[in-house]
Write a protein that binds this ligand. Structure first.
Ligand code: AMP
Length: 406
């Protein structure tokens, strides 16, 4: 069988999976693993093969050292990159700016274009690039492919993509809405027409990716027309640790009145805000526990989260005009029955007939949680960004081989 090695490199970690691109969304990957705490006094490499985890704790000075250890552990279990057929390495790249609306075969020129985009994603793109450089050096004979989190939203209409700020400044500094989680919104939204048994070119839908990060997208006839994240993944819905939409004046207020630096505010809004900033926890399982224990902060955080979610659903219903489906995905969206129910509570007059019993069914399969005659259908569709990256990478690699490049 042919596999794609999917890599998601962060500043101090690398997540990886060996995925069968022809597999079903519900298949477990052959191998999954994580290199963590790169550059810290103590790190860890864990590799899960066939449901069994193999973990080593050791100092990991560099990404390449960590990946080499991971490949060695995979080799000990006969699933290393030289033991199985790896047809492509797919790299998740957070920011593709205006440049990329499609996945790209990584050649030196593409690497430097990703580098040029660092000012737009100073936390993410450098780490993604590190992963690309290390993996290309380690596996030079396999096509490497960059799959961008922004690509799906590359062509949203100008009225949604552009901010109402001075256009000279905006264009000089590339200030516009790029959107993120695109691979997930695309993957999930492509399943919905099949569930509706309709031609994708006729379907209008809202997708809600509710994980630790969260975003909403409005999609008309297969093409996104708006999304909640912006220049950065900080905008839109209230999230696990990010604030989502706030009055930009808050930043000036904090600079002037609290004497905070830009980096302090960046950290505050990205890491110490959202549900965590109010309730002290960002995992919705803990949040639910606290709500059950009558914790007022947890209740408030939850209400802010739901209020913000309903605002986006409402605005996207108007933006789309007619909506065939609303779909929940990612950690919270796939698992938290109450979030789904509260997000769509009492919206029958808008054609959303929520089915409370269907909502309680637990499953790894796509499923409908509205009544069968609901004008707007509601679905839960598990996302699988790694499978989507593997499929895109396999296609680009096949093209590269057909062109004789590999
Ligand atoms: P993701 O970013 O998609 O991996 O989602 C991670 C988040 O999903 C966690 O921080 C939790 O808040 C949430 N989550 C995962 N499992 C559950 C569950 N069983 N019930 C509620 N929330 C969950």
């Amino acid at each position: 069988m042919a596999y794609v090695l999917v890599l998601n490199s962060g500043s101090s970690s690398v997540k990886f999976q060996l995925v069968d691109p022809a597999g079903e969304a519900t298949d477990a990957p052959l191998v999954s693993g994580l290199v963590e705490q790169v550059g810290e006094p103590m790190g860890a490499v864990s590799v899960t093969v066939g449901g069994q985890e193999h973990r080593e704790e050791l100092e990991i000075p560099t990404h390449s050292f960590g990946l080499e250890r991971a490949f060695a552990i995979m080799g000990e279990h006969n699933v290393g990159p030289t033991d199985v057929e790896v047809i492509a390495v797919g790299h998740r790249v957070v920011h593709g700016g205006k440049l990329f609306s499609e996945p790209q075969l990584i050649v030196d020129e593409i690497e430097s274009m990703i580098e040029d985009l660092i000012p737009l994603a100073p936390l993410h793109n450098p780490a993604n690039l590190d992963g690309i450089r290390v993996a290309r050096a380690m596996l030079p004979d396999i096509p490497h492919v960059a799959v961008f989190d922004t690509a799906f939203f590359n062509h949203i209409p100008p009225a949604a993509a552009l901010y109402a700020i001075n256009s000279e400044v905006a264009s000089q500094y590339d200030v516009r809405r790029y959107g993120f989680h695109g691979t997930s919104h695309e993957f999930v939204s492509q399943q919905v027409p099949k569930l509706l048994d309709k031609d994708p070119a006729t379907v209008n839908q809202i997708t809600l990716h509710l994980g630790n990060g969260a975003s909403a997208a409005a999609i008309r006839h297969g093409r996104p027309i708006d999304t909640s994240m912006g220049l950065t993944p900080l905008a839109g819905l209230a999230m696990g640790t990010r604030c989502g939409d706030i009055d930009p004046g808050i930043i000036f207020h904090l600079v002037r009145q609290a004497g905070m630096s830009i980096d302090e505010i960046d950290n505050l809004l990205n890491k110490q805000s959202g549900v965590k900033g109010i309730a002290g926890v960002n995992d919705f399982r803990l949040l639910r526990q606290r709500i059950e224990e009558q914790d007022q902060d947890a209740w408030l955080a939850y209400n802010i989260y739901i209020h913000q979610l309903r605002r986006f659903i409402g605005s996207y219903m108007i933006a789309l005009g007619r909506v065939d489906a609303i779909t929940f995905t990612a950690g919270v969206g796939e698992n938290d029955t109450e979030v789904r129910q509260d997000a769509l509570y009492n919206l029958d007059m808008y054609g959303i007939h929520f089915d409370k019993e269907a909502n309680l069914v637990r499953s790894k399969e796509p499923r409908m949680i509205s009544t069968a005659d609901s004008p707007v259908k509601v679905f839960v569709v598990p996302t699988n960004e790694e499978l989507a990256i593997a499929q895109k990478s396999a296609a680009v690699a096949a093209q590269a081989r057909a062109e004789g490049l590999y």
